[in-house]
Ligand binder design. Structure first.
Ligand code: PGA
Length: 255
């Protein structure tokens, strides 16, 4: 099945409302000729509204980087999915390795967040991926399967229409080390097989599976040429309009 390519930029803790809107406007000007690629900008919470405004009327979508699993309540400092939706954002990254490893989010919590995001009308981008120790111990597939199954524990086959998966090997994030196209493809095919076991062939065939971990313009083609790699979740290279637009152009050439 032919799926459109997707390029999402995860800005992490960079660019507030002003810088975020400036970035989005500049990107908007540059990307007039790259149809066929779904672009998603994921700024910090405070920049969601201004970035959304800056890309109004274009095919560039906006997503958050995290959310809380409750609808509302006594959770000081947290942000609910409904609040994200209110800004005009459509996506939310959940289970990013920095949330798992720096902020101690576990599989169960991430599963609750995924379920809540869907109730709030957001499309979750569920991140999974192994550490270098787990890869060396040949646990990559078992770790990824566990993260995937727990993340999707409360998601029905019908809801899978709204779900994206991102395979992000922890050892490749922000390190300059990229999984080779073969390494990435192997895990992507495994994820699709897991989705098939969980939801059947049709759902598995249409679910977008992105790769993340040191994606740059010059390795995009190699990675995204694989049939099972539907796009990229980009960190460092998403912080410069030039390099992010370069990745989008490479993806567009494959669409
Ligand atoms: P990176 O980050 O592209 O800087 O490796 C990717 C991510 O964390 O999503």
């Amino acid at each position: 099945m032919k799926r459109n390519k997707i390029v999402a930029g995860n800005w992490k803790l960079n660019y507030g409302p002003k810088a975020g809107a400036e970035f989005a406007l500049e990107l908007r000007k540059k990307l007039l000729d790259t149809p066929g690629v779904q672009i998603i900008l994921c700024p910090p919470f405070l920049a969601l509204s201004p970035v959304r405004k800056a890309v109004e009327g274009t095919r560039i979508a906006v997503g958050a980087q995290n959310m809380h699993f409750a609808e509302s309540g006594a959770f000081t400092g947290e942000i609910a999915g409904s609040m994200i939706k209110e800004t005009g954002a459509d996506y939310v990254i959940l289970g990013h390795s920095e949330r798992r490893h720096v902020f101690g989010e576990d599989n169960e919590m991430i599963g609750h967040k995924v379920a809540r995001s869907l109730k709030d009308g957001l499309k979750p981008i569920l991140c999974v991926g192994e550490t270098i120790e787990e890869r060396k111990a040949e646990q990559t597939m078992s770790i990824v399967a566990k993260q995937l199954r727990a993340g999707l524990a409360d998601v029905s086959a019908a809801q899978m229409d709204e779900v994206l998966i991102a395979y992000e090997p922890v050892w490749a994030i922000g390190t300059g080390l990229t999984a080779s196209p073969e390494q990435a493809d192997k895990v992507h095919r495994f994820i699709r097989k897991e989705l098939q076991d969980l939801y059947g062939e049709e759902v598995a065939a249409k679910t977008p599976i992105l790769y993340g971990g040191s994606v740059k313009p010059d390795n995009t083609k190699g990675l995204l040429s694989n049939e099972d790699i539907d796009g990229a979740l980009v960190g460092g290279a998403a912080l410069k309009v030039e390099s992010f637009a370069g990745i989008v152009s490479e993806a567009a050439a494959l669409s």
